[in-house]
Design a protein around this ligand. Structure first.
Ligand code: C5P
Length: 247
């Protein structure tokens, strides 16, 4: 059995992959299955947490005991995650959020003709993970002592551990193929999160498979390797580290 070390904690997990509409029938999407996010939600429930799962286009059955909010686009995922994050202890962004969306969404289905097709212009989506980190930073609080690097603490006077700065722990995901540690540490700092789960994508398939190999980067701490295995193993390692940070 798992420890009940997340009992009473409010946890938000995003899962799956967003779809960005081109017209009423077409979209730009990605191959994320939602399996890792669902494994996170299931294991968090098993460890006693109150879990809100924000699921983008996932075809898996709802995990028992989690409350599930279904979304399609990055904009909808952002609204749902920010709403659920209010007063949450932990947010884990496991969803593959589209970096770009079509600048205009056609109201009618685009017709094919003999002419060359129109190009699809893209515009940037907001970075939800970075926004969560920034909001917490602006709340002027820090979870870690000011001496810990990587959390964006502006100076020692800003460090007021855990008081009113929600979410207390922010976890991101990243897929890196090379220089995993260096690229990952830079991303961890840039996004202002506490943990960054780096999928080692070179070692085999990750998307749509039940197995995963990862390194969890820890702000102000040593990275933790999770050997190739079920996505529950990555999830439990994340929850071990989250529980330790929540104290
Ligand atoms: O920058 P990159 O896409 O590699 O970062 C991945 C992490 O950032 C994931 O945790 C993902 O959920 C999150 N993300 C986000 N909003 C975006 C793009 C990525 O929250 N627009």
């Amino acid at each position: 059995g798992r420890p009940r070390d997340l009992a009473g904690r409010k946890i938000v997990v995003s899962a799956g992959g967003t779809r960005e509409a081109i017209d009423p029938v077409r979209y730009i999407g990605n191959r994320s299955s939602g399996l890792q996010g669902y494994a996170l939600a299931r294991t968090a429930v098993a460890r006693g947490a109150e879990v809100t799962l924000v699921a983008a286009n996932v075809v898996l059955p709802d995990p028992a005991g989690a409350s599930v909010v279904r979304v399609e686009s990055a904009a909808q995922l952002r609204e749902a995650v920010l709403a659920a994050s209010d007063g949450a202890d932990v947010v884990v962004m496991a969803a593959a959020v589209a970096d770009f969306r079509p600048a205009t969404r056609h109201d009618a289905k685009i017709k094919k003709s003999d002419a060359e097709p129109e190009p699809i212009h893209l515009t940037k989506n907001p970075d939800i993970l970075a926004e969560l980190g920034e909001r917490r930073r602006q709340a002027g609080d820090a979870v870690l002592p000011a001496s810990d690097p990587g959390l964006g603490v502006r100076d020692a006077g800003d460090a007021r551990p855990g008081r009113g700065a929600y979410p207390l722990v922010i976890v991101g995901f990243a897929a890196e193929t090379h220089d995993v540690l260096a690229n990952g540490q830079a991303k961890l700092a840039r996004k202002g999160c506490d943990l960054l789960v780096v999928n080692r994508v070179g070692e085999g398939l990750v998307f749509g498979t039940p197995d995963n190999a990862a390194t969890v980067l820890v702000a102000g701490g040593e990275p933790v390797d999770v050997p190739l295995g079920p996505k529950e193993d990555v999830a439990d390692t994340v929850w071990d580290l989250v529980a330790a940070r929540l104290g």
